[in-house]
Design a protein around this ligand. Sequence first.
Ligand code: COI
Length: 358
Amino acid sequence: MSYSIKLTKTEETRLVGIDFDTLPFGKTFSDHMFMADYIDGEWTNLEIKPFGNFSIHPACLALHYGQSIFEGMKASVDINGNPLLLRPEMHARRLNASARRMCMPDFPEDLFIQALHQLVDLDRGWIPPSKGSALYIRPYMFANDEFIGVQPGQTYKMIIFTGPVGPYYPKPVRLLVEEKYVRAVEGGVGEAKTAGNYAASLLPAKLAKQKGYDQVVWMDAHEFKYVQEVGTMNLFFVIDGKVVTPKPTGAILKGITRDGFMTILKDKGIPAEERDISIDEIVEAHKAGKLEEIFGAGTAAVVAHVADITYRDLTMDLPPIEDRKIGPMLKVEIDGLRAGTIEDTRGWIVPVKSPVNA
Ligand code: COI
């Protein structure tokens, strides 16, 4: 169905003077944002308006008990300047999977998609044309009740804003295998894209940075034996020509980039499997000279190459990026789909609709 979204355009764009070539990640925001309220069991007050502050009550439920979820996605332009989205319906679905786990209401998928099209179309001038850059899209929902009893909210806000971004990690990252703190455990909320998972990652990441690493490798919470994720990303290994990634069994985010990589690998006939991967297996593979690549996979970075990984007192160096095949190939594929230079045979690319041809 088609929803009526009230539109108030900015009086003056802030786009003038933005240098797309020197963009840091996440500090620049486009002209408009979408907002909606969940009140009395339905989504209402649908509007797109100038990006800006809004006020919330000091007792806002989400600030106290963390009923807050988000998505991260990107819009790009093809070589002819047409704006494109990549698999937006996957993000709509995952937002609702997170919502269900966090006891929050679903946001209608068709409204999510319509809001994305209208917002990105309106701010299409904010999509950086350069390779490796994109318009990052941040949909999020939080409980907005003015109440501090511990119970599911009855009112929620859904917001989508966007901002042009450059690369997330400018260089290959150095990893430390985390053996004290955990990110998630089966039965917890590790599969949900919820704010608290990211808060939980901050202290271990800060401690690792103080030791000279960029991020931690999260291990399983029972034995610290099996690898799970890296920083805020899914984790991939290439061992002796085969790609392996941990199987999501409740504690790992089901990444959409991760899913895309597995599909591309299968389509290309490259052996790739999801299974438990122990840190001992990684150490053995490194000793045998078979650990060819490690990379993180996420929307923000797409592929984050790993320079080295430290487990206890053993630092395992990975081959130089020029010698790697899989991670660079996957990045080229995603960038090519986003630029329209690689044919989309899977129906992943969705051209942004303008009201005139909606
Ligand atoms: C991603 O890899 O896309 C992330 O989840 C990072 C984001 C929270 C900035």
